[in-house]
Design a protein around this ligand. Structure first.
Ligand SMILES: CC(C)(COP(=O)(O)OP(=O)(O)OC[C@H]1O[C@@H](n2cnc3c(N)ncnc32)[C@H](O)[C@@H]1OP(=O)(O)O)[C@@H](O)C(=O)NCCC(=O)NCCS
Length: 152
């Protein structure tokens, strides 16, 4: 397959929203809300510090992933949080997810990030097998979250 991995552009947003719909239907912690996903993607694509990639095949966006930069006191420098890793169902298992993450790693190294990290749903066995295959290590951390209170 002649796949192109490239930075996402605004014209890709609707296809990316569709891919996020697939992803959030798998992940128990997230609900698909196309308007929120459009807003989030617009912020990410417009950000100079972060990277959003798409995989394109025959003019169609069939995969995506993003990395956002954070500062880690543990690392004493910048690190990257990888999110939104998804490949369209009909083209999985063809190396596209790997190419997306390879490009994220290449960009992270070039940008001087010293660690990449991500959160995966513990029940998502196929994704965990994929990350294992790509050399990602499981950590002892547990993901926690809290929504800040609306003050009005
Ligand atoms: C996880 C996902 C992104 C992987 O993308 P993909 O394009 O199908 O994966 P690739 O073809 O690049 O696979 C890369 C390697 O991982 C392995 N792999 C991929 N999926 C696997 C699975 N379900 N079980 C075991 N190994 C798997 C491949 O065999 C390949 O290794 P190989 O080179 O030795 O053959 C894709 O399956 C997907 O979109 N899943 C739904 C969304 C999701 O769960 N995202 C992750 C959220 S944390």
């Amino acid at each position: 397959m002649d796949i192109m991995i490239r930075p996402a552009e605004r014209r890709d947003v609707e296809a990316m929203v569709e891919l996020l719909g697939t992803l959030f239907s798998i992940e128990a912690d997230f609900a698909f809300d196309p308007d929120r996903q459009r807003r989030g993607l617009a912020l990410l694509i417009g950000s100079g510090a972060d990277r959003v990639l798409v995989a394109e095949f025959e003019g169609r966006v069939i995969g995506m992933c993003s990395v956002q930069t954070l500062i880690s006191t543990a690392e004493g420098g910048r690190v990257g949080l990888v999110e939104d890793v998804v490949v369209a169902q009909e083209v999985r298992g063809k190396g596209i997810g790997q190419r997306l993450l390879d490009e994220i790693e290449r960009w992270a190294a070039e940008t001087g990030l010293t660690r990449l990290q991500l959160l995966a749903d513990r029940a998502n066995e196929p994704a965990l097998a994929f990350y294992d295959r790509l050399g990602w290590q499981r950590t002892a951390l547990v993901g926690l979250r809290k929504m800040p209170r609306d003050e009005d």
